[in-house]
Write a protein that binds this ligand. Structure first.
Ligand SMILES: [Zn+2]
Length: 338
């Protein structure tokens, strides 16, 4: 049970100088979100940059040093996604991780009931030894490792971004203290996340690769038949969520079919599971989402779930015909014994 006096918290790291012309991961993503922050009924937390030591719990010190040097040289493309850096990107990435840490620590210390880190650059593609996929440092993984140094023994990360969080999976493939579940569109970047990919970590590394057009009905089944038993089996002491709003039906770079009401349903389910299993300790961390309207509406849906408000957006009905993804849902359940 949560204490009614405890509030929902958030951090906001818009990184306006982390910008590359014609790139979808741009500061404009936050244009409609920023003016709405005061309406979410949440308390703003300050964000301090993460330290190199905190980042090095996930990332190779050689990568951290190389990134610092590359950024000093000015704007550059560092992988084929393409991932860009500018002169400010190293500091922006430290601040995005720091904003995530401030949310997680507020929840762990009990000064906030739950929280949402609204940060960029995003993190879930960043692997221990390489930055990729628009991501510099893996914010959610850094927060999970930090929690493990603060008396938490197990963390579950649920990732509903439209892309597979290869970086988060890589960080925890052999770490039994952290479980990872990802729903994602199959066949797009980064190409990983097949359901049989982690045979030695059944029930702990759970991938749900979805066909084009999977939408609200499929995600409702996944919430009930995969996410629920995943949390019940792993029994985490804290839940982190990689929240990407690119699974929305009109996202410009993917072709899944969630509506904003669907994002609410999924987020509410996660908040309820955290309430039931780990005293409500849950932190959402922004990943992708490339349409500013969807991103602001998606944040609205997550804050409604975090603050216990109802949410329905009757205007946001998917124009994408929902496909039947039952076969994959059943295969995933069978593989893990859920
Ligand atoms: Zn994504």
């Amino acid at each position: 049970m949560y204490n009614d006096f405890m509030t929902t918290a958030y951090s906001f790291v818009p990184s306006p100088k982390h910008f590359y012309p014609d790139h979808p991961e741009e500061p404009r993503r936050f244009d409609l979100l920023a003016p709405r922050l005061d309406s979410f009924g949440a308390q703003k937390l300050d964000a301090d940059p993460a330290t190199r030591e905190e980042v090095a719990r996930v990332h190779d010190p050689n990568l951290i040093e190389a990134l610092e040097n590359i950024c000093k040289q000015g704007p550059a493309i560092i992988d084929s996604a393409p991932t860009f850096v500018t002169r400010s990107s190293f500091d922006d990435a430290l601040l995005a991780s720091g904003g995530t840490l401030s949310c997680a620590r507020a929840v762990l210390s009990g000064s906030a009931r739950n929280a949402f880190a609204l940060v960029r650059p995003p993190g879930h593609h960043a692997e221990p030894t390489r930055s990729m996929g628009f991501c510099i440092f893996n914010n959610v993984a850094i927060a999970a490792c930090d929690a493990l140094t603060r008396g938490i023994n197990s963390v579950a990360i649920v990732d509903y971004d439209a892309h597979h969080g290869n970086g988060t999976q890589a960080a925890f493939m052999d770490d039994e203290r952290v479980a990872y579940l990802s729903t994602h569109q199959w066949g797009i970047y980064p190409g990983t996340g097949w359901y049989e990919e982690a045979p030695n970590a059944k029930k702990r590394i759970v991938n749900v690769p979805l066909p084009v057009g999977s939408g609200d009905q499929t995600y409702k089944r996944i919430a009930d038949e995969i996410i629920m038993p995943f949390i019940q089996t792993f029994k985490p002491e804290m839940v982190l969520v990689s929240a990407g709003f690119d699974a929305h039906w009109n996202d410009p770079i993917t072709t899944l079919g969630l509506s904003t009401t669907g994002f609410y349903m999924l987020s509410k389910k996660l908040v309820d599971l955290a309430e039931e299993h780990c005293g409500g300790k849950i932190v959402f961390v922004l990943e992708g989402g490339y349409d500013p309207v969807n991103l602001a509406n998606g944040a609205d849906a997550v804050f409604a779930a975090l603050t216990g408000k109802d949410f329905v957006d009757p205007r946001d009905v998917s124009l994408r015909k929902e496909v039947d993804a039952s076969e994959m849902v059943e295969k995933v359940c069978e593989w893990h014994g859920f």
